[in-house]
Design a protein around this ligand. Structure first.
Ligand SMILES: Cc1cc2nc3c(=O)[nH]c(=O)nc-3n(C[C@H](O)[C@H](O)[C@H](O)COP(=O)(O)O)c2cc1C
Length: 207
């Protein structure tokens, strides 16, 4: 049974399980908004032919009500293909100054050519649009070290209008979060909690 009088005190603030779950999402929202936040660049894991596949990604959006996290990527990338075949996805966050780790698990939803991708693409700066303008797909082998971009694109000598073709390769990986595993490292004893959105149960755990 969840007793809301039980909790942890972090930086002089008391959190019961309900408040702690809210704090997780506050941290994720901050991570998406603030480029220098420790939660801005989690490691995102997927499954490729039964093997673990991980990469760093920029957290672009965190939606607490919907329990959704969003990331931008090239639809020609391996992860896109992997996630289309197997929706299992996980994101690992660690804030060393707060000593908080979040292990987020869920199902991936791939957005392409919809209202969500259109809006995000409109807000994507010229320098970031370059990522979607490589001639060959990400992970293609090359005889020489290369960015995959033509020289003018590499040097940002192109107009916003010329960058629009990149939208063809622009996709959004959304995680529909199904659980959050929270861990706080503390000299007086670590603490851990599990928020399960499938069964709608929140638990303390032995770290
Ligand atoms: C700090 C950092 C941020 C990154 N952000 C993204 C990102 O938001 N989206 C993305 O597709 N790749 C991003 N990458 C590159 C990926 O880590 C990865 O190398 C690339 O997407 C190919 O992955 P894949 O072969 O699994 O598709 C980032 C890499 C670093 C180091």
């Amino acid at each position: 049974m969840m007793d809301l009088n039980d909790g942890v005190i972090i930086n002089s603030i008391f959190y019961n399980l309900i408040e702690l779950e809210k704090d997780c999402w506050n941290r994720l929202v901050n991570g998406a908004i603030r480029g220098r936040d420790a939660f801005h660049t989690p490691c995102v894991g997927s499954i490729s032919n039964g093997e673990v596949s991980m990469r760093t990604m920029v957290l672009r959006k965190a939606l607490p009500i919907e329990r959704v996290l969003r990331f931008h990527t090239d639809i020609r990338s391996r992860k896109w293909e992997e996630l289309a075949l197997n929706q299992s996805i996980s994101a690992l966050f660690y804030d060393a100054s707060a000593r908080i780790q979040l292990r987020v698990k869920g199902k991936a939803k791939l957005h392409y050519d919809d209202d969500i991708t259109s809006e995000a693409w409109q807000k994507t700066a010229l320098s970031s649009r370059r990522s979607y303008l490589t001639k060959n797909p990400p992970s293609s082998f090359s005889d020489i070290p290369t960015s995959g971009l033509s020289e003018n694109i590499e040097q940002e000598k192109f107009t916003l209008e010329e960058s629009e073709v990149g939208q063809e390769h622009f996709g959004i990986v959304a995680i529909q979060v199904e659980s959050i595993d929270w861990l706080w490292l503390n000299h007086a004893g670590h603490r851990r909690a599990f928020f399960d959105y499938i069964s709608d149960e929140y638990h303390w755990m032995v770290p």
